[in-house]
Design a protein around this ligand. Structure first.
Ligand SMILES: CC(C)(COP(=O)(O)OP(=O)(O)OC[C@H]1O[C@@H](n2cnc3c(N)ncnc32)[C@H](O)[C@@H]1OP(=O)(O)O)[C@@H](O)C(=O)NCCC(=O)NCCS
Length: 179
């Protein structure tokens, strides 16, 4: 994966009913470390990272790249939405295409925040890259993620084995402006 490249970053904050999506700032550092060290949040994405390593290596402003949205609830980071581009090492159907990823702190699950934030991020992407499809890969065993993908309008392209588990590649067709 690589970042989205040529887009203005950080963007104007994207506001939803309950959330703000914005570029990362120094005040998000502790939440990023909590997110990446959480066993629950990383159960289907390679496992948690060691806290001492992250404390040492995380830059003052973490994950500052085009397409990396902090999800902010009342001034505090609750999740990370990642819009990236798939490189040649990805599945052939996904190469060169935009890809959606998401990771929320467990205390923010089950409240509809992920769906609200991801829809807003996809809306933002439709604005900067009109007419582009978006891909998403998730483990089929990750039921919360599979439900979210369906809610966001992703439909199955293929299933495949990778990283020791069955993976689901879904696609969201481009939004076509109404006449
Ligand atoms: C995947 C993940 C983001 C899903 O989070 P989530 O909170 O379950 O997702 P949603 O925002 O869709 O909220 C889901 C629930 O909130 C409930 N909810 C409660 N209040 C709500 C409200 N006001 N509005 C909407 N939904 C609400 C919904 O009923 C929904 O439950 P359902 O899916 O059983 O119908 C989360 O589990 C996570 O961060 N997992 C770890 C990271 C990961 O595995 N990422 C996948 C790799 S791409």
């Amino acid at each position: 994966m690589e970042d989205l490249g040529n887009v203005p970053w950080p963007p104007e904050p994207v506001r939803t009913e309950r959330l703000v999506l914005r570029g990362s700032e120094a005040r998000d550092r502790a939440a990023f470390i909590d997110l990446l060290t959480s066993p629950e949040a990383n159960a289907y994405v390679g496992g948690p990272r060691p806290r001492d390593e992250l404390e040492r290596r995380t830059p003052e402003v973490p994950q500052q790249w085009p397409g990396s949205f902090v999800v902010d609830l009342d001034g505090e980071m609750i999740g990370h939405v990642l819009l990236r581009r798939t490189t040649e090492t990805g599945r052939p159907a996904a190469v060169g295409k935009a890809d959606l990823g998401y990771l929320f702190l467990p205390r923010a699950w089950g409240l509809g925040y992920a769906a609200e934030a991801c829809s807003a991020a996809l809306g933002w992407l439709d604005g900067v890259f009109p007419g582009e499809p978006v891909l998403l890969t998730t483990q089929t065993a990750n039921l919360a993620s599979m439900r979210l993908a369906a809610k966001l309008g992703f439909t199955e392209v293929e299933r495949f084995e990778a990283w020791g588990a069955e993976q689901w590649l879904g696609m969201r067709s481009p939004v076509t402006p109404s006449a």
